[in-house]
Write a protein that binds this ligand. Sequence first.
Ligand code: ZN
Length: 130
Amino acid sequence: MIEIESHKSVDVIDITDQVDRALRESGVDNGIMLVYSLHTTTGLVINEADNALINDILGLLQRIVPQGAGYQHDRGDGNAHAHLQATLLGNSLMIPVEKRKLVMGIWQRILFFELDGPRKRRVFVRALPN
Ligand code: ZN
């Protein structure tokens, strides 16, 4: 399990190194690394960890799903936009593992999107041997 503490209402945290550490501790040589968020207002994405690009992704999410646009769930806890944005991003990733390494391109990083923070979050990771 990876523990994450977000510091803003919307926060993007690069968890590639933690996932890589969990893989090394697993002892799995070849297979798949499952990365799975235990939350409903977060997302997991593989992309470039470039601040300008991350701001562009957040801007895209806000344009598609602006806050307070008359959602039914806002009658409850007021965070419907965060749930809806999370559904666009997805909440799990599967990354191939070969020779004890995550198979990732040079610019690819594992990005955790906090969409309703700040909060303490947990991401389940499990190396599945093949
Ligand atoms: Zn809610």
